[in-house]
Design a protein around this ligand. Structure first.
Ligand code: AMP
Length: 187
């Protein structure tokens, strides 16, 4: 199973990605998590990515694409993966297509979680308090939502045209949303 999980910041994407990947027995590949791990270890990749992350902007495609190509070539991803937070730009969509065709595999589903904007802001401010993420201040949250609408929402049209997109209501408990996502990917 090769799946992309999409959704605006605060849609519960990261939480769902972990539980759904675990249920399906595939690795959860989160570009945000990989950047944060590099940032906390102070690697050159992390320091470079951190400049963009702290402003709510996207890390440049060359950096992100190379990192994903390496990650998807690792042996645990041979039989499937769940991508969380990638692709986010049209350039990344094209690169992912190439990466997957080089690996001789294809995408099974793209799931977009949908939520109400006010609910999203509330969730993100709560996460900022719980986890102390530097990119969860109110201004940065707003900027991340604008960037999602401008740069990432258009990707859903590409995947809808390819017949891969399923929209899933992201409102509800973690278990309710998980069951909807599992039903959507297994349908
Ligand atoms: P996330 O945890 O998925 O919300 O990602 C946190 C931050 O990491 C984003 O706001 C971006 O700055 C950066 N990031 C994660 N994934 C990507 C991506 N696919 N392309 C560019 N930047 C990314």
């Amino acid at each position: 199973m090769r799946i992309i999980l999409m959704g605006p910041p605060g849609a519960g994407k990261g939480t769902q990605a972990v539980v759904v990947a675990e249920r399906l027995g595939i690795p959860h590949v989160s570009t945000g998590d990989i950047f944060r791990a590099n940032l906390s270890q102070g690697t050159p990749l992390g320091l470079e990515a951190g400049k963009y992350m702290s402003r709510g902007e996207y890390v440049p495609d060359e950096i992100t694409n190379a990192m994903v190509r390496d990650r998807l070539a690792q042996s645990d991803a041979t039989n499937g993966f769940l991508l969380d937070g990638y692709p986010r730009t049209l350039d990344q969509v094209e690169v992912l297509d190439r990466i997957m065709s080089d690996l001789g595999v294809g995408l099974d589903r793209v799931v977009e979680l949908t939520v109400d904007t006010d609910e999203v802001v509330t969730r993100l401010l709560k996460r900022a308090l719980d986890q102390g993420r530097a990119d969860d201040t109110e201004d940065v949250i707003r900027r991340r939502m604008e960037v999602y609408a401008e740069q990432t929402e258009p990707l859903t049209r590409v995947y809808a045209m390819a017949g891969l997109l399923v929209r899933v209501d992201g409102m509800g408990t973690v278990d309710e949303v998980r069951d909807r996502v599992l039903a959507a990917v297994q349908a």
